[in-house]
Ligand binder design. Structure first.
Ligand code: IPD
Length: 256
């Protein structure tokens, strides 16, 4: 078994296990103390504990690999890096809205190679490996074949973004005939682009842990995806663009 195959199997198992722990916290969320890291930026013991469990498990298995997590930052220097968002969609999670997931990606020399997005409420495991396709609960995924006039594009908005710019993109999409929505989970958005449930996703400044896994899924399902990591690696917030082939031109025109 090659190195990435082992990481695929272990990563999938670890993401699922983490999701089940997160789901238990979700069921007891009223007992959680919710803190804010900044305006509209929530965190609770659930995020910290799920990340801690994932990091401990993965580092015990792959001690030479590095890890980058939303809550605890970077550990290690290895060229294989596990990029972890313990709960993507924390704002939904703490409100009791069942639209969040555990997201685990693997970068090799800053190229996203593996991605796992697990929605434990719906028991949907989205998994992908660069060059080998992407699946939802084992079923191969394909990006949508729709054109812009039947497209729905998810837009991400964080406070790092200028509201005027966000509004302009929204207006331009609607003017071209597209629908838009906002989920509050970039990882779920990208998984749904991969599975043809949505035609696109855009967020202007977003962190690597929100999108690393989902980008693998989208690429492997045939969506058009912009290079997020470039030469700079996962340290910097960047723009995330992914869309079905028939919609990418409209999305690019809207965000130009
Ligand atoms: C957030 C979600 C949201 C996006 C924000 C992210 P978090 O991640 O992905 O959709 O708009 O920019 O910070 O904080 O829930 O892990």
């Amino acid at each position: 078994m090659d190195d990435l195959s082992r990481r695929f199997d272990e990563g999938l198992a670890a993401t699922r296990a983490a999701g089940l722990v997160a789901r238990d916290y979700f069921a007891r969320r009223r007992e959680l103390t919710v803190e804010t890291k900044g305006p509209q930026d929530f965190v609770s013991m659930a995020d910290r504990e799920v990340e801690h469990l994932l990091v401990a498990r993965l580092r015990a298995l792959f001690s030479d690999d590095s890890v980058l997590g939303e809550e605890h930052g970077r550990q290690g220097e290895g060229r294989i890096c596990w990029v972890i968002d313990p709960i993507d969609g924390t704002s939904n999670f703490v409100r009791g809205i069942a639209l969040w997931c555990v997201s685990v990606g693997v970068l090799v020399d800053n190229v996203p190679m593996l991605g796992f997005v697990y929605d434990p409420v719906r028991d949907e495991m989205f998994a992908g490996r660069r060059g080998a396709g992407a699946t939802c609960n084992g079923r191969p995924m394909r990006a949508s074949a729709a054109g812009v006039d039947t497209a729905r594009i998810n837009l991400g908005f964080g406070l790092r973004q200028q509201p005027e710019r966000f509004a302009t993109v929204m207006q331009r999409l609607v003017a071209q005939g597209a629908e838009f929505s906002r989920f509050g989970s970039a990882a779920i958005s990208l998984a749904y682009v991969a599975d043809g449930r949505l035609e696109g996703f855009w967020e202007n400044r977003i962190n690597a842990w929100d999108v690393c896994a989902g980008l693998v899924l989208a690429v492997e399902a045939g969506a058009v995806v912009e290079d997020f990591f470039g030469g700079e690696g996962p340290a910097r917030a960047n723009r995330c663009v992914a869309a079905a082939p028939g919609v990418i031109a409209a999305l690019r025109a809207a965000i130009a």
